[in-house]
Each structure stands twice: as structure tokens, then as C-alpha cells.
Design a protein around this ligand. Structure first.
Ligand SMILES: [Zn+2]
Length: 252
């Protein structure tokens, strides 16, 4: 079980749980096996509930206090204020100042981002694929935190978990252009290929976006999901038929 959790390097504060999961004992030949947290792709529901329950127990909460929104690759942000979180939430970023609940996002190549502001005690979990990154979802979360909770982005801590990195993430020019429109020039980090595609690094794009608003305490996991298919589910490596790991944060 030792390699199940990756602890955030910079959100390492007593009382704050901030972790990323792996698929643990994955098998390169079996794209769904391991510590899968998602019901998609026809997996046995019971095993997913068992995995989620185990994760909740490790985080010190009940299963119904583990909040996983329905993700749609949008820039929709939901602020959780009361027990309505027990009904389903459609959003790609969730924010709360509530204690005793854990916010999570599920990913397989997309970027899981955890945010913590110590002064206000507000946390956020963000799912940023290329569409979310192209719509500046991290900037929007930081703006909502500033507005609703009076946070200061300069003091906010951001932790970016394992995702597909530029070594493996090839995109069409229009995708690069859409992300650059929101981020600024990414050419430094992208290389044009003979096939007319570009390499892109979404983790870095999110870091650049957060930095542009004054954030400086940002940690990025070095690991690439596509490079490590035994350790992480990878949408691209397994051509869509794969499970999900996640990023989780809460003040318990
Ligand atoms: Zn890679």
C-alpha cells in the first residue's frame, strides 16, 4: 500500500490532507486493474466503492464526505457551502471552506490540481484537461477564492499532480493555439513535429497561468502518466479504455 498515495510536496500542513492516488499494483496489460476510482468503462461497481471507501478511511472521513463532482471538461466551478454536496454536482472545480469533507477530482492524463489558502482555510480541487486549461479554469478558481473568501493569491499554495507531460502529449496546432491564447506563448515548451502536431505540457501551462496572477508556491509532480502506465491510468496510453486516479484535498 506504500505506493498508493503521493503526498503533495508543498501542501504539507498538519490537519490538511492533500494527496494524489496511483493505480498502485497496476498491470500494463490490464488497463482497468488496480486502485481504480471511477465507475466508467463497465467496471464492477462494488470494487470501485471498496476502493473509494478505503481511500476515505485513509483520509479520515466517511465515504459520503468524499466529494467527487461529475466532470465535463468545462470551466464550471462549484462552491460547496452546506450539506447539498450530498447530491451530485456537475463541475470541473470545487471549492470549500467546510471542515470534515474531502474534495476530489478524477483523472487519467488530465491535470489534477489542489489549492490551499491558509489564511482563509479554503481548499479547491481542479480537473484541468486541455479544454479546462484553455478556458483558464485555475485562474477562475483563484478569482472566485479571492472574491468569495478574500484570499490573496500570493499566499495560496498550489499542488499539481501527475499528468501527461510534454514528453508524450502531442496535440493539433489548434489545441496548442487555444491553450496559448489563455496562457501566453508555450513555444518554449512545445516542439513542432514532422507530422504537423505539437507537444504541450498542461501542468506547466497551469503553473504559468497561476503565476500570472501572483501565485509563487507551486509544486508540480515530475511524473508523466503516459510514461508510467503501471503506476497511473493513462487515457492516451490505453486508448480510452482505462480507470481513473485522483487528487484529493480537505481540512479534517
Ligand atoms: Zn511522458
Amino acid at each position: 500500500m506504500n505506493n498508493l498515495l503521493i503526498t503533495s510536496n508543498n501542501i504539507n500542513i498538519p490537519g490538511v490532507k492533500a494527496i494524489f492516488t496511483t493505480r498502485m499494483d497496476g498491470d500494463r496489460k490490464d488497463s482497468l486493474k488496480g486502485f481504480n476510482l471511477s465507475f466508467i468503462n463497465g467496471v464492477e461497481e462494488k470494487s470501485i466503492i471498496e476502493n473509494r471507501s478505503y481511500l476515505a478511511s485513509l483520509l479520515g472521513v466517511n465515504l459520503d464526505s468524499l466529494i467527487l463532482p461529475i466532470q465535463r471538461h468545462t470551466d464550471k466551478i462549484s462552491v460547496i457551502k452546506d450539506s447539498t454536496f450530498r447530491s451530485s454536482i456537475e463541475a470541473d472545480a470545487i471549492i470549500t471552506s467546510m471542515r470534515g469533507i474531502v474534495l476530489g477530482v478524477l483523472v487519467a492524463d488530465c491535470v489534477p490540481i489542489l489549492v490551499y489558502d491558509s489564511a482563509s482555510g479554503v481548499v479547491s480541487a481542479i480537473h484541468a484537461g486541455w479544454r479546462g486549461t484553455a478556458s483558464g479554469i485555475i485562474k477562475k478558481v483563484l478569482a472566485v477564492m479571492n472574491k468569495k473568501f478574500n484570499t490573496s493569491t500570493a499566499n495560496t499554495i498550489i499542488s499539481i499532480g501527475p499528468s501527461i507531460r510534454w514528453c508524450c502529449y502531442e496535440v493539433d496546432p489548434d489545441v496548442l493555439k487555444a491553450v496559448e491564447k489563455e496562457t501566453g506563448n508555450l513555444k518554449e515548451y512545445s516542439k513542432g513535429k514532422d507530422n504537423g502536431k505539437y507537444r504541450m505540457d498542461l501542468a506547466l501551462a497551469n503553473q504559468i497561468q497561476a503565476t500570472s496572477l501572483g501565485a509563487s508556491n507551486i509544486w508540480i509532480s515530475e511524473e508523466c502518466t503516459y510514461c508510467n502506465p503501471e503506476k497511473f491510468y493513462s487515457h492516451r496510453y490505453y486508448k480510452g479504455l482505462t480507470g481513473r486516479q485522483g487528487g484529493f484535498i480537505g481540512i479534517i
